[in-house]
Design a protein around this ligand. Structure first.
Ligand code: PLP
Length: 383
């Protein structure tokens, strides 16, 4: 650090230089991210609320109330407006909290959690941090967890089952209603990771799509991850964790004695945490309304359908599976996914690659022209 500070214009010049190689959502070239440019109204609110700290709740009772109202609005999307929970830093923190709760409620010496093979790597992090053994279950031909294997894998040490509603790699939805029945029969905690799908599936259902139950309408579902900073259009960081029963969260609550806002408890992993995130989510939900999100999802799905139709006509590339939502897995008949992703990156396209396919996420910043340009490059590359 310099002893004398630099002028603001010098700092700005340096920043411009450093950030010039970063991709932007606006360019339409980020085709493999679950994030997008946040809604302009949410950005304004975020900056207005930048100093709020939900870690010191007693100082910011208004912000606390807004967080709880945001949770209630999100809960109403998931068939439970009286769910309890928090706006957290993202899906990773939300999944970690759910696993923390499940472990603490069950109090087993050697806790195990059963997850689909498609589960996000945040569960590996949670397992490592919480001392959980992860049992990973294979998928059926529709890329959903094999529920009969889940059932057989339950033992005395099982503390939770996990189902995914909108998988990271393909956007598939596990048979959550079957998992719910299993969880109820066996008396085991069930967590649903709808980190991405939570802000898609309810609106797809509104639009007339056939969406299976995945939320608190299923009695066995104990908690759900749902992230406003993915399809919710909110500024990063904004994850969501919702619990069916307010007692659950008490199992991870810790007394906080020293804060200037007065003694309180915290159940989040972070201490000091962004009030701006929660307030921006509240404002966005109020402003967008259900109809606003339906429009966003419809636009993304229309583009996804267009992409799918064109891919089906191609001789060089193919769909890994028919997409359920705006996540598409593509593979080339001539190139490995990693080779394909690297070649695309050289042409300025950022997609993710897995061992079997490249993944596109058709987020709100993607326009028709981007898809047309992308497909033309893809055809050229896939010799
Ligand atoms: N769960 C799922 C299904 C995801 O796809 C992701 C991220 O892509 C996460 C959890 C983790 O979310 P975050 O990156 O916000 O921590």
């Amino acid at each position: 650090m310099n002893y004398e500070g630099l002028s603001k214009s010098d700092v700005l010049r340096l920043l411009k230089e450093y950030l010039k190689d970063d991709l932007t959502y606006k360019s339409g070239r980020i085709l493999g991210s679950m994030c997008t440019s946040p809604h302009s109204f949410a950005k304004r609110i975020f900056i207005k609320a930048i100093e709020k700290n939900l870690g010191d709740a007693g100082l910011f009772p208004g912000a606390m109330k807004l967080e709880q109202e945001a949770i209630s609005m999100i809960g109403s999307l998931l068939s439970k407006s009286d769910a309890s929970g928090h706006i957290v830093s993202g899906g990773t923190e939300a999944n970690l909290m759910a696993m923390w709760v499940a472990r603490n409620l069950a109090r087993k010496d050697r806790p195990e959690v059963i997850v689909p093979k498609s589960a996000h790597f945040s569960f590996d992090k949670a397992a490592n941090l919480l001392g959980l053994k992860l049992i990973k279950i294979g998928l059926n031909k529709n890329f959903q967890v094999k529920t009969e294997v889940v059932k057989k894998s339950i033992n005395n040490n099982t503390v939770a089952l996990v189902g995914v509603a909108g998988s990271t790699e393909l956007g598939t939805v596990d048979p959550i209603s079957e998992l719910s029945d299993i969880a109820l029969n066996e008396g085991i905690y069930l967590h649903v990771d709808a980190s991405f799908g939570g802000f898609v599936l309810p609106f797809l259902r509104d639009l007339g799509y056939n969406v299976p139950s995945f939320d608190f309408s299923l009695k066995g579902v104990c908690s759900i991850t749902i992230d406003p900073h993915k399809m919710g259009f909110a500024p990063i960081p904004a994850g969501g964790i919702l619990f069916r029963n307010p007692e659950y969260i008490k199992s991870i609550s810790i007394k906080v004695p020293y804060l200037s806002g007065g003694e309180t408890t915290q159940a989040t992993i972070l201490g000091t945490r962004s009030g701006a995130s929660a307030i921006a989510v509240w404002a966005l939900l109020k402003h967008m309304g259900r109809k606003g999100y339906q429009k966003v999802v419809k636009k993304c799905m229309n583009l996804t359908d267009m992409l799918v139709k064109r891919v089906k006509r191609s001789k060089k590339i193919y769909l890994v599976t028919n997409p359920i939502m705006n996540i598409v897995g593509l593979a080339s008949r001539s190139l490995e996914p990693k080779q394909l992703a690297d070649k695309l990156r050289k042409r300025g396209w950022a997609v993710s690659s897995t061992s079997t396919h490249i993944r596109l996420v058709i987020m709100p910043h993607i326009k028709r022209k981007h898809i047309i340009e992308f497909l033309s490059d893809l055809e050229e590359i896939s010799v």
